[in-house]
Write a protein that binds this ligand. Structure first.
Ligand code: MN
Length: 496
């Protein structure tokens, strides 16, 4: 258990600086340097070749599809794509890395000098400068058995699965992120989330955090003021959800502040994140780059991508999430607030509008009634058993005057209960608005007869008393009448 200070106290005394390294596993068919298939899970050591196992005499070959994905990621982040880039050996011993080096890139990465504008919860844009994006291979996976919480220290034995060894990765490294102040935890999480969204629209990775397709290492340091030189940083490794990234940064700020305020010094080291306690603990003392004895990989030629190919890839980039949000906001005429409100349902609203609903109505259903239902069921909007087409059908019935808002909510209940499309629910539950005046007039006459005192007041000029009669008629018709029409009919019946 580390000493920490209050977060407000920490950010009042110090200026936090971040540095974030994100690894994304590419969804290529085969590995970075050999033909072994890339897939999640599988029988241990079933997806390997001599190259993935680093056997003597095996030689790597570069996967062109992985290079293409790396270039597209670089382009989407506004990076320069190198005329020539080279692989390097990053030397270290670990059982999940049978060659005793990771094939990575060092001083000649494929992409450098980009940036990403990150939108924060209140709509503020925060620019994160990207230093580089480079290609490398993933390591295998160690399982430590018989110990405490899967840690190696008290384990009886360890198992190694090389299925993941050689899976293509792109690592994206930021420059020091300054100026975030107290919002540093939010900036860190929003940055990784924005990257994740970009990987998805680029279709370079499934980008599922829970499967480790995207992993973030978060560097945090503190300095007394924005003018001071950078302080000593720690690197919290492999934080696997946006919420955890936010919590880990917040925790490190409060822990380092406690160290510094008590006159201590921050140790440069990697740290482990503990989801359950919300704390970090020391890993290993952090090596500097020179400790890895990087040297150029002699078994692979430099990558010299054709410039025309790069321009073709640039021209074919999909619309990126931020540009898409701006376009949709303009098309839909939403205010900034409405757009932020719609953020979690954007694709569903797009599909509902495509199925014919007005944007405002689509937004209202998904962010109102359906968000409420999802929340009460602990489900996501996508998991609800209702499709955008069904929501559009519901909106159409309301627009056509066949359903009131109140009836529409009952119809939606039926759809969610698996009773079919809105039209089916209307038919089976008999929920259509009563538009035929005949039954309405009968109900009105009953209500008039039962309320002589109210009728007296209306006839005496207290027109607002009509509301009480309208309410009684609506009740008698179980909400299926159109209130406007009922009011008209009462007025004509009473001759007022
Ligand atoms: Mn790496």
């Amino acid at each position: 258990m580390n000493d920490v200070v209050d977060y407000e106290e920490a950010v009042a005394a110090f200026d936090p600086v971040l540095g974030i390294e994100v690894h994304v596993e590419l969804g290529t068919r085969t590995k970075m340097f050999d033909g072994a298939p890339v897939a999640f899970g599988g029988e241990p050591n079933s997806r390997v070749t001599p190259v993935s196992l680093g056997l003597p005499g095996s030689l790597p070959k570069v996967n062109r599809a992985a290079v293409e994905s790396a270039i597209r990621i670089g382009l989407a982040l506004g990076c320069e794509i190198a005329e020539s880039s080279r692989f390097a050996r990053k030397n270290y011993f670990y059982p999940d890395m049978p060659k005793n080096f990771q094939t990575s890139q060092y001083d000649e990465p494929i992409a450098r000098d980009g940036h990403l504008d990150v939108e924060l919860a209140d709509g503020t844009l925060f620019r994160v400068e990207i230093e580089r994006a480079h290609m490398e291979e993933d390591a295998g996976k160690n399982t430590h058995v018989g110990g405490d919480a899967g840690r190696i220290h008290s384990a009886e034995y360890s198992l190694v699965d090389y299925n993941r060894a050689g899976v293509p990765l792109v690592e994206i490294v930021t420059r020091p992120i300054t100026g975030a102040g107290a919002r540093a935890p939010e900036v860190a999480a929003a940055y990784v989330q924005t990257l994740r969204d970009i990987f998805r629209v680029l279709d370079v990775s499934e980008a599922r955090m829970e499967r480790g397709n995207v992993r973030a290492d978060v560097n945090v340091s503190l300095r007394p003021s924005p003018e001071a030189p950078l302080g000593t940083r720690t690197e919290t490794k492999n934080v696997n959800s946006f919420r955890s990234i936010e919590r880990a940064v917040q925790y490190e700020i409060t822990r380092q502040a406690a160290v510094l305020l008590s006159g201590g010094t921050v140790v440069q080291e990697t740290r482990h994140w503990h989801e359950e306690t919300g704390e970090t603990s020391p890993g290993r003392v952090k090596s500097d780059a020179e400790d890895y004895r990087y040297f150029p990989e002699p078994d692979l030629m430099p990558i010299v991508p054709d410039r025309a190919w790069i321009e073709e890839l640039r021209a074919r980039l999909p619309e990126l999430p931020a540009a898409r949000r701006r376009r949709l906001q303009a098309e839909w005429g939403f205010s900034d607030l409405e757009m932020r409100d719609a953020a979690g349902a954007l694709d569903l609203i797009v599909e509902t509008v495509a199925a014919g609903a007005a944007p405002a109505a689509a937004r209202k259903w998904w962010t109102g009634e359906l968000a409420r239902v999802a929340n009460s069921r602990g489900a996501t909007l996508e998991e609800l058993p209702v499709t955008p087409v069904q929501v559009a059908q519901l909106v159409a019935l309301v627009d056509a005057g066949e359903l009131t808002e109140r009836l529409a909510r009952q119809v939606l209940d039926g759809v969610l209960a698996g009773e079919g499309d809105p039209a089916d629910v209307v038919a089976t539950r008999g929920l259509r608005v009563v538009s035929d005046d005949g039954p309405l007039l009968a109900a009105i006459d009953d209500v008039i007869a039962a309320n002589p005192d109210i009728v007296e007041r209306i006839r005496a000029g207290r027109v607002q008393a009509t509301g009480a009669l309208v309410g009684s008629v609506m009740k008698a018709t179980r909400g299926q009448a159109d209130a406007g029409r009922v009011k008209e009919l009462i007025a004509s019946r009473l001759g007022v």
